[in-house]
Design a protein around this ligand. Structure first.
Ligand code: BG6
Length: 514
């Protein structure tokens, strides 16, 4: 962050201030911002929750989270002692108007002490059941009224399906204007995700070939090695389509496929992204099986390497039909992408954590090299590596050294860590800073959330009416069910993760006798 961007006085209210998101993500991100001197001088965090806690008890609990999750490691005593007094606790029931009245008077008191008006940011870090309640009370208490100075932040799940998303958006819209609502998708805060726009639109090189004429197909993979961890209770009601595809994968699709924006205005960028979702060819109810594959991991390994199956995880029903893997084949009906397949997949308990986008270019129109020159020949491919490695790899053909003309695939690599002497901030740092600056570029607008739900509804409905008969259908530690292969057109593949950092990349080339 840039400390020279001065922020106005801000009161950051966290509903669910005693909860896991606050402990694991929000406070470590705010602390890290404070270390970069990217918080306003006049700044307060009011953590609101139901349990009884003193300011000191809460601060101690939050310090533990900072020690575990801050980018700076264990917080130095001086740094923490400077930051901690900005945090205060307010006990209150989220469904009682008196909680909001107390909040209003505390905000007023802070403003009076500071001698200035402050921005008020209301962050809903509560269970989703409260998402529809808190905005109503904020509205009733008059805390949403100031359009320029009050903002609300909400994180997924934004609805459970299209109807519930619409209903939630309507509740938010009853008290807040769209410009005051910040819907977080933490993927948009990742450096490598933001870099997709920079790469595509700050360089004239690739845009001319970024279309159906040169691109054969695109794959987007967001693979996790972990299982559902301690979130079985939530996940079993959500599943991978709701948990990952409706939000994170759709955002990646939008960034890869969108048209160039005219300006860096938040709504201009969001309009271009929504256009992508509107262009997705609707999935017919009777064609779900041709476009979507679901999977659920089963147990694997033995002895100390034994990994439980999804149905054996805590909080998961023993006969659960919830999917932990999704693969989709989508087409965009527009001039740029007509008939280019976009394959998306995500899953838990896959062989490794990797998120990457692969743009597979078409073969050359005419092969002029002799057949023996091009053994092992592969069309060019561009990989945007989002995590854990951060960078971009371009694979192309080069002449193998020697008297004969022989072609071999080689890679050009851009690696964030090697190129920039700057750490990547956590996505939440970027996003919270943007909320404070009131920059909505990296946040989802209501219409975008609804468009994403709309295009997935046939899959959700189809899967609900036809329960899976083969779950679990992939062992933990594999790349998902066999059926995911069958989604692919002939000659297309799910690429293996690209290695961005080669262990021997700096080895000098050994001279060899011919
Ligand atoms: C969350 C999902 O939104 O994203 C989790 O609810 C998932 O199930 C997580 O594990 C993945 O995020 P990241 O940043 O680790 O890729």
């Amino acid at each position: 962050m840039n400390p020279t961007d001065q922020l106005d006085p801000t009161i950051f209210v966290i509903f669910g201030g005693g909860g896991d998101l606050t402990w694991r993500k929000l406070i470590p991100a705010l602390f890290d911002l404070s270390q970069d001197r990217s918080l306003p001088d006049k700044f307060a965090i009011i953590a609101v929750d139901r349990v009884k806690l003193s300011d000191d008890q809460l601060r101690k609990h939050l310090q533990d989270g900072v020690n575990q999750f801050s980018r700076f490691g264990n917080a130095k005593a001086a740094a923490w002692n400077q930051f901690a007094p900005h945090i205060q606790y307010q006990q209150g029931d989220f469904k009682k108007l008196s909680t909001y009245a107390a909040l209003r008077s505390e905000c007023g008191r802070l403003e009076k002490t500071w001698g200035t008006k402050a921005h008020r940011i209301y962050y809903m870090a509560t269970p989703p059941s409260m998402f529809g309640e808190i905005p109503k009370y904020l509205g009733k208490a008059g805390l949403a009224r100031d359009r320029e100075w009050a903002r609300i932040v909400i994180e997924k799940p934004i609805g459970y399906d299209l109807d519930s998303a619409r209903a939630l958006n309507a509740i938010l819209a009853a008290s807040f204007e769209e410009s005051q609502i910040f819907r977080i998708d933490h993927y948009l805060g990742k450096e490598t995700v933001q870099n997709i726009l920079a790469f595509r639109f700050a360089n004239p090189l690739f845009e001319p070939i970024w279309n159906r004429r040169y691109v054969d197909y695109v794959t987007i993979t967001v693979a996790e090695a972990v299982g559902v961890e301690h979130r079985g209770g939530y996940y079993d009601h959500a599943g991978a389509l709701r948990d990952m595809v409706q939000n994170h994968l759709m955002q990646l699709l939008c960034l890869v496929a969108m048209e160039p924006m005219v300006s860096f205005d938040a709504d201009e960028i969001r309009n271009k992204k929504v256009d992508v979702l509107h262009a997705v060819r609707p999935i017919a109810a009777n064609a779900v099986h041709l476009c979507a594959v679901r999977g659920q991991y089963g147990p694997s390994g033995a002895g100390r390497n034994k990994v439980p199956g999804y149905r054996q995880e805590d909080g998961v029903a023993p006969e659960s039909a919830t999917e932990t893997f999704v693969a989709l084949k989508l087409f965009l009906d527009n001039w740029r992408w007509q008939d280019v397949p976009f394959y998306l997949r995500t899953g838990k308990r896959l062989p490794r954590q990797v998120s990457e986008i692969s743009i597979q270019f078409r073969a050359v129109p005419h092969q002029s090299f002799p057949p023996e020159a091009s053994l092992g020949w592969q069309p060019s491919r561009l990989v945007v590596s989002i995590q854990p490695d951060e960078g971009i790899v371009l694979g192309f053909q080069a002449k193998y050294p020697g008297p004969k003309m022989q072609l071999r695939p080689v890679d050009m690599r851009f690696n964030y860590r090697e190129s920039f002497d700057a750490p990547s901030p956590d996505a939440y740092e970027t996003l919270l800073w943007d909320v404070m600056k009131c920059d909505a570029t990296l946040f989802m607008r209501a219409d975008q959330v609804e468009a994403a739900w709309q295009l997935l509804m046939p899959v959700l409905q189809g899967w609900q009416t036809t329960p899976p008969s083969d779950f679990p259908n992939y062992p933990a530690g594999t790349w998902g069910p066999e059926d995911a292969q069958h989604l692919l057109a002939q000659g297309h593949i799910w690429p293996l993760p690209t290695e961005l950092v080669l262990p021997d990349s700096r080895k000098p080339v050994q001279a060899k006798r011919r």
